[in-house]
Design a protein around this ligand. Sequence first.
Ligand SMILES: [Zn+2]
Ligand SMILES: [Zn+2]
Length: 146
Amino acid sequence: MKFQGISYALCMERNTRQRAAIRDAIAQAQRPLLPQEVLDAAQREVPGLGIATVYRNLKALVEEGELQPVNLPGENVRYESVGHHHHHHFQCTQCQRVFDVHACPGDLSRLAPPGFTVEDHDLTLYGRCLECGTGRPGHPSRRATG
Ligand SMILES: [Zn+2]
Ligand SMILES: [Zn+2]
């Protein structure tokens, strides 16, 4: 039926735009994003986008191998693009945002107890990001807006 065909096409078109906006939000941020941060950014492209749609698309993009979850202790899951190799993260204690750290201390075997074998490591740095700065007078912290 012609009418159903048209509405299906419109629906697919809408889904494609939603997914593209969600993918772009993470690609442009170049850091791991919370679903809420993805929503805030993607809503600029697709007004009316809902958090449930964001969750559904994030899950699908992980299953399709485009995104990977970032699990920091005590934090909600964030999402980043796959494809960067071994890297670490920095969390700002002021604005709570998480950034990529493209440096690694290398082999940490010496930190393990004698006789133990280190197979992998995970490292998160905590502090203040560039925007939150040091909080010194005369250097007001600049907040990201809309
Ligand atoms: Zn910050
Ligand atoms: Zn490392």
